[in-house]
Design a binder for this molecule. Structure first.
Ligand code: PLP
Length: 399
């Protein structure tokens, strides 16, 4: 019996595999600090919990329409409009099982086999595989060393087969937040070259300083007409396990996603829809601002500590990750070997940059309490002191 070529070609998410390894070590009695996880360490807001419980207790937990309940589509449309300053109708929103689900729905709706999709490195681990599952060709475009966009490289990567560009701001793994000017430049490029813009805005609520997050849809009606927003409840409302998200965009695309999902997955979870509705109505739950303030405080402690250890670390203005450059400490096994040694010998779990298409940096999540972050920095410091900077790696870093 042989599996399909599709299934054979897909690898398990590196971040999930690492998380599983870290948990297995904990189960075996090891005191592991896990900075590989990409989920808030806070409970969902009380209003969400209450609404979800009430829905379960009502007994009325049935299929909803494939694109979600009318009430939630409207609440999401209003929320998208309020945050991005552009009006959306409920028919321009498809509720999905998660942002991952919204993203795969959008890619399956827009990308034909052989179409190219530009991924701006470093890029979130699942983009490459989702594009491949759709039969598309992921084209990885390197970015600047401070993790901002390199427009010349993006232009060079465009071919007659390019269909979409995937934008993720704030970024996982770098925490980089694109400026409005950068978003404008990319959007105008897409307009000029006739490309779709898939805008993964899942970290939009988690921007800590300076100019806030900018969405392409705010720029002009023409750009809005070629942009699909992907977002969800996981990060902004600490609702990872609820599995709920949405796609918002032109009606034609949204109805394509709805048709696909009506066969592939059916209605999103009715309980989670009620929870998400509670998060989006009656004003922002107070827990959200508190969580963002806590992330901000941890971010400063973490980045300062990494820099004190001598690791060049781009300043992350959003999301909850730091992405230091560790190339001076790498051997021939690259960032994967670095992370394996760190976990096995020093009980600290980080994610290797290879998961994001770059083998020079590692990702640390600060979705864990300050004392743990401080403990993690002590372990990282011990590890680095035992691995003196390697001359060949330093030479490579300078070149
Ligand atoms: C950039 C990015 N997009 C999408 C997702 C998926 O989120 P969800 O839990 O809604 O599927 C994640 C989760 O880690 C992410 O980091």
């Amino acid at each position: 019996m042989s599996l399909s070529k599709r299934a054979q070609s897909i690898s398990l998410s590196v971040t999930l595999a690492l998380d599983a390894r870290a948990k297995a070590l904990v189960d075996a009695g090891r005191d592991v600090i896990n900075m590989s996880v990409g989920e808030p360490d806070f409970p969902a807001p009380q209003a969400v919990q209450d609404a979800a419980c009430a829905k379960v207790r009502s007994g009325d937990v049935k299929y909803t329409p494939a694109a979600g309940t009318r009430a939630l589509r409207k609440a999401v449309a209003d929320h998208v409009g309020a945050v991005r300053g552009v009006k959306y109708a409920p028919e321009e929103v498809c509720i999905c099982h998660s942002t991952k689900h919204a993203l795969s729905g959008a890619v399956l709706t827009l990308v034909d086999p052989g179409d190219e999709v530009l991924l701006l490195l470093p890029a979130w681990v699942s983009y490459v595989e989702i594009v491949r599952i759709a039969g598309g060709v992921p084209v990885e475009v390197p970015s600047r060393t401070d993790c901002g966009p390199d427009f010349a490289a993006i232009e060079r990567a465009i071919t007659p087969k390019t269909k979409c560009v995937l934008l993720n701001s704030p970024s996982n793994p770098t925490g980089y937040v694109w400026t409005k000017e950068e978003v404008r430049q990319l959007s105008e490029l897409c307009e000029r070259r006739g490309l779709w813009l898939l805008s993964d805005e899942i970290y939009q609520r988690l921007v800590y300083e300076g100019e806030s997050f900018a969405s392409p849809v705010s720029l002009s009606p023409a750009i809005r007409a070629r942009t699909v927003i992907l977002d969800g409840a996981s990060k902004s409302y600490a609702m990872t396990g609820y599995r709920i998200g949405f796609a918002a965009g032109p009606r034609e695309v949204i109805s394509g996603i709805e048709r696909l999902h009506s066969h592939l997955t059916g209605a999103p979870n009715a309980v989670s829809q009620e929870g998400y509705l509670a998060a989006l109505t009656n004003g922002e739950p107070p827990e959200v601002a508190k969580m963002a303030a806590e992330f901000d405080a941890r971010r400063r402690v973490l980045v300062d500590a990494l820099r004190e250890l001598g690791l060049q670390t781009p300043w992350p203005r959003g999301a909850f990750y730091a992405f230091p450059d560790v190339r001076a400490y790498l051997d021939e096994r690259g960032t994967r070997g670095f992370c394996e040694d760190l976990l096995e010998k020093h009980n600290l779990a980080l994610v290797p940059g290879t998961a994001f298409g770059v083998d020079t940096h590692v990702r640390l999540s600060y979705a864990l309490a300050l004392p743990k972050i401080q403990g993690a920095m002590a372990r990282l410091g011990d590890f680095l002191r035992q691995h003196p900077r390697r001359a060949h790696a330093l030479a490579a870093a300078r070149s």
